[in-house]
Design a protein around this ligand. Structure first.
Ligand code: NAP
Length: 539
């Protein structure tokens, strides 16, 4: 920036124009604040802009996913499916932004490389990757939980002759897979959706599976106009029901004690859950299924039997059944026809535990057993979850301290809102907050409202600097760790525990998620605010 061109300044800069950034922008504009959103991608929508693979949709009931802050918005928007597909959700977010005239406050293709705290002004200096500079007083991150894709590092990946990409970078222009030989590497929630969606149309599909996941049927269906009218009339009750459950979904745990329910009754209940839509099977189950080894083993066996019944070839079925972890301790991929896909003669499961990938060749994938010639390779290999998006920006606090150094062995935050040593850096859906582990928009609305209250509190009193004490942070991190201790997921090798085999240093356990449930989190934050924002320091 030359001397005659002053660096643009805003009171607030929000990073990210996804579900969280859009609502944070709306709330700050309501207060007449000077605010700008910087979005790294070419348009708004975050996850729903970027993920365009076939089958991409959310597992929240659509009518629990929309924003609840505007009755008019609720009444004018029609969801067409119980679990909305990506294009519809992206249309929804665009509709919200246009309705509230938010787009003019957004700048796209604006990826921040470095954010440096300036002690002299109590503000942040932002350096964008394209060389532009900006300053702001408060920097708010809404950069997503699952927005830093990770690729494996097989030899020869660049040599492949056909298209190959991560699911997050699925081409925006139409890609017709009809009649193509396709390889999908990875069988998490993304791979499972993709495989179910494309299996029937491709000429040949090879699914390269390392560790299988416990998947369960989504039972999606369309919403008729009459049903939508009924849903619109019930929004108050729907949001109230979501507010009562730990996950912020319509599904809350069954309060009966697992051991006191006779086995035949348990089975009948589980049959009901298996036939129910959405996360009922995961979040509406007995609590012990997620907390107690024995209950978990019994339910896992129930689901294993379902897989055996759905997959014709018993050997393939056994390979699709996880043996290293029980049901629900990793994120449960919700599927549509996933298991039946393996009954098609042109769909093949390649078990990487038996025959690992050796390299990618110009014509396909080579395992220790043989070469697989394919036209397209899709890497459904997941994300550097929760902290990855932070690590990709160099946040530099007072004294030249880098956030990525501070979080080297795992993140530490107070409430998922701030991290000690980084003043005026406020996170929506930060690590160790409840947004990470619950129905995202439900949690986001609370998080944004709470953060906005915090910012107003400081502004009304003329404070320039908001930060958290290291003591408050240490106590919160301990609390987060304790909550992990109550759940079997503490042992999982998944993003819930910060595991990612493709990121150096992420094969250790990291505490990314607040597992206490949304009601408890909201209560705690409510008390902290009422107590003058205990744990925060204002100057
Ligand atoms: P993921 O759950 O982390 O799955 C990644 C998959 O790739 C795993 O099967 C993993 O195997 C495999 N993999 C990774 N590196 C590999 C390598 N080097 N060689 C072979 N296999 C490799 O990622 P994801 O499926 O993208 O899902 C991430 C999260 O996004 C989900 O948990 C969910 O929260 C969110 N999501 C949500 C929806 C939805 O709302 N419906 C849909 C998609 C995703 P290992 O297990 O052996 O590591």
């Amino acid at each position: 920036m030359s001397v005659d061109q002053p660096v643009p300044h805003h009171e607030f800069v929000i990073l990210g124009a996804g579900v969280a950034g859009i609502y944070q922008l709306y709330r700050l504009l309501q207060l007449d604040a000077d605010v700008l959103v910087l979005e790294a991608h070419a348009d708004l929508g975050g996850t729903w802009y970027q993920n365009r693979y076939p089958g991409c949709r959310f597992d929240s009931e659509s009518y629990t996913y929309g924003y609840s802050f505007s009755e008019e918005l609720l009444q004018e928007w029609d969801w067409t499916e119980h679990f909305s597909p990506q294009p519809e959700t992206l249309r929804y977010l665009n509709h919200v932004v246009d309705k509230f005239d938010l787009r003019k406050h957004m700048q796209f293709d604006s990826r921040v490389a470095t954010a440096t705290f300036d002690e002299a002004t109590d503000g942040w200096h932002l350096q964008l990757e394209d060389g532009r500079e900006l300053t702001c007083h408060v920097l708010i991150t809404a950069i997503g939980l699952i927005s830093a894709p990770t690729m494996p590092s097989f030899e020869g990946m660049d040599s492949f002759r056909g298209p190959s990409f991560h699911t997050y970078d699925w081409p925006h222009e139409p890609l017709d897979l009809t009649g193509k030989k396709v390889a999908v590497i990875g069988t998490g929630a993304t791979g499972v959706q993709l495989i179910g969606a494309i299996a029937a149309d491709v000429a040949e599909l090879h699914v390269f599976q390392r560790r299988p996941n416990w998947c369960a049927p989504l039972h999606n269906r369309s919403i008729s106009p009459e049903e939508m009218a009924e849903l619109k009339a019930s929004y108050d009750a729907i949001f109230e029901a979501c507010a009562q459950t730990p996950g912020g979904f319509l599904h809350g745990p069954d309060r009966r004690k697992f051991a006191e329910v006779p086995p035949a009754e348990r089975r009948a209940f589980w049959e009901e859950l298996y036939a129910s839509p959405g996360f009922a099977i995961w979040l509406g189950n007995f609590r012990e299924v997620l907390m107690d080894e024995e209950a978990n083993a019994e339910f896992s066996e129930f689901v294993a039997d379902k897989i055996r019944r759905r997959v014709d070839d018993p050997e393939v079925a056994e390979r699709l059944i996880p043996k290293d972890h029980g049901f629900g301790v990793q994120r449960v991929p919700m599927e549509t026809g996933y298991y039946e896909a393996f009954n098609l003669p042109h769909v093949h499961l390649v078990d990487l535990m038996e025959t690992p990938i050796e390299r990618i060749t110009p014509s396909g994938v080579r395992t220790t057993e043989r070469d697989y010639d394919v036209d397209v390779i899709v890497y459904a290999t997941g994300f550097d979850a929760v902290t990855g998006a932070f690590d990709r920006i160099d946040f530099i606090g007072p004294g030249g301290r880098h956030l990525r150094d501070k979080w080297h062995l795992g993140p530490s935050t107070y409430l998922g809102v701030q991290t000690a040593g980084f003043p005026n850096l406020v996170m929506v859906a930060g690590p160790q907050g409840a947004s990470v582990s619950t129905n995202y928009p439900r949690a986001i609305e609370f998080a944004v409202d709470w953060n906005t209250g915090l910012l107003e509190h400081a502004a009304r009193r003329g404070f320039r600097r908001i930060e958290v004490t290291p003591e408050a942070e240490a106590e919160w991190v301990e609390h987060v760790k304790e909550l992990y201790g109550m759940l079997l997921l503490r042992n999982a090798k998944s993003w819930f525990t910060g595991y990612n085999s493709n990121v150096e240093g992420h094969d250790i356990k990291r505490w990314l998620i607040y597992n206490g449930g949304a009601p408890r989190y909201r209560k705690r934050l409510g008390e902290i605010a009422a107590d003058g924002y205990r744990g925060f320091v204002f100057h």
